[in-house]
Design a protein around this ligand. Structure first.
Ligand code: PLP
Length: 374
């Protein structure tokens, strides 16, 4: 049996680089609570991501929960969002006692269908929470136009879009706020970690209080907060990985080009459209299995798995159809989201994926029918 190939593998510095970098912690014994490395990483990320302000968090999900909380929306308010995403996006809205209103997506790139947003706006709507899914950039201008017209906030889930630029500007500089994930499986990782980016300076203090129990001094607890601080070992992992990020993205680009060359003319395989104003980060490699492909998406998934190739059905089902949300949301028309979600397969894709491994994967996808008949 051939070796197992998983959908992703974490990017890591060398063992020696990380060990060398964490050594000073055995001198300082300062492991967390917004230490030196936390501060350094915030400063470096602000520059690299080209965002006005940034607040590091223990993970991307808490960054999303806390930035939503920081806007102080009235309980029960509605947030227009996409169901074609990782569950975290929807959970973060609901855990803030707000109501997710699912908007359909576009088949071309999987992002929220901006043409369907206005119909979903009610007097309770307070925000739009789109996702740059797979790093595909939403229609930022149109979303902002709608938000301005109705006085809504725009919070982007940029968990997939680390390092992406749109029209030459950092992706996290659009809208009122953006949330990045630095989870081990993402383009850039701090093991677990995340950050909220925003332009309103007052949000920095609000987030600080939310992620640190509202503690502002030994005898001063100024507000009610939780604990979502990034620790120094995470921050150092980030500083190490950030040194190699350009190289990591270049390696991904090369692999993406190779897959694309071999897959773009295969009957029944569709790739998402690319936005020409975007500098991409090549976070994932999703393919869509259309009707004229010889076997279904699920059969292709099983076929690959039987050969030790672990692709993933990201994102299936759509969050609106998960047990915890099913029948609890209004029956918005999510036809396209369901269709795309039923067709998509993210195939193994990471910085150090080898050409031989890609060839093995491509062979099964390209010769799926022959293999099915064996
Ligand atoms: C990974 C991810 C998150 C959550 O990030 P964590 O760092 O894992 O908490 C949120 N939204 C999307 C779209 C993601 O892919």
């Amino acid at each position: 049996m051939d070796e197992k190939i998983f959908v992703t593998r974490s990017s890591m510095p060398t063992y020696e680089e990380y060990i060398e970098a964490i050594k000073p912690l055995w001198e300082s014994c300062r492991l967390t609570n917004m230490g030196q490395y936390h501060k350094e990483l915030e400063e470096q990320l602000k520059v690299y991501l080209d965002v006005p302000e940034i607040s590091l968090m223990v993970n991307g999900h808490m960054a999303l929960e806390m930035i939503i909380q920081a806007f102080d929306f009235p309980e029960g308010s509605e947030v227009i969002t996409t169901p074609f995403t990782f569950v975290s996006t929807t959970h973060a809205i609901v855990r803030n006692r707000l109501k997710p209103v699912f908007c359909d997506v576009k088949s071309s790139d999987g992002t929220i269908d901006e043409a369907k947003i206005e119909d979903l706006i009610t007097e309770k709507t307070v925000a739009i929470l789109p996702v740059h899914v797979y790093g595909n950039v939403c229609n930022i201008e149109e979303i902002q136009r709608i938000a301005d017209k109705y006085g809504l906030k725009v919070i982007y889930d940029t968990a997939h879009a680390f390092g992406v630029k749109y029209k030459g500007k950092g992706i996290g500089s659009y809208g009122d706020a953006s949330v990045f994930s630095f989870h081990a499986t993402k383009v850039f990782n701090t093991i677990e970690g995340g950050a909220a980016a925003f332009s309103d300076k007052t949000l920095y203090d609000k987030l600080y209080n939310l992620k640190n129990f509202g503690i502002r001094g030994e005898e001063h607890v100024v507000s009610i907060g939780a604990n979502a601080k990034m620790n120094e070992l995470q921050a150092i992992m980030g500083l190490c990985n950030l040194r190699h990020i350009e190289q990591a993205i270049a390696a991904r680009e090369e692999r993406s080009r190779y897959y694309k060359e071999h897959l773009q003319n295969i009957k029944g395989i569709r790739l998402f459209d690319e936005n020409r104003f975007t500098d991409k980060n090549y976070a994932y490699f999703p393919i869509l299995i259309e009707e004229d492909y010889p076997i279904s998406r699920d059969d292709l998934y099983d076929l690959l798995k039987s050969h030790n190739i672990y692709a993933r059905k990201y994102f299936y089902p759509i969050t609106a159809d998960m047990e915890c949300y099913k029948n609890q949301c209004e029956a918005n028309d999510l036809t396209v989201a369901r269709k795309v979600s039923g067709q998509v397969l993210t195939i193994p894709f990471y910085e150090k994926l080898e050409k031989e491994q890609m060839d093995r994967i491509l062979q099964f996808i390209i010769e799926a029918v022959k293999n099915m008949n064996r």
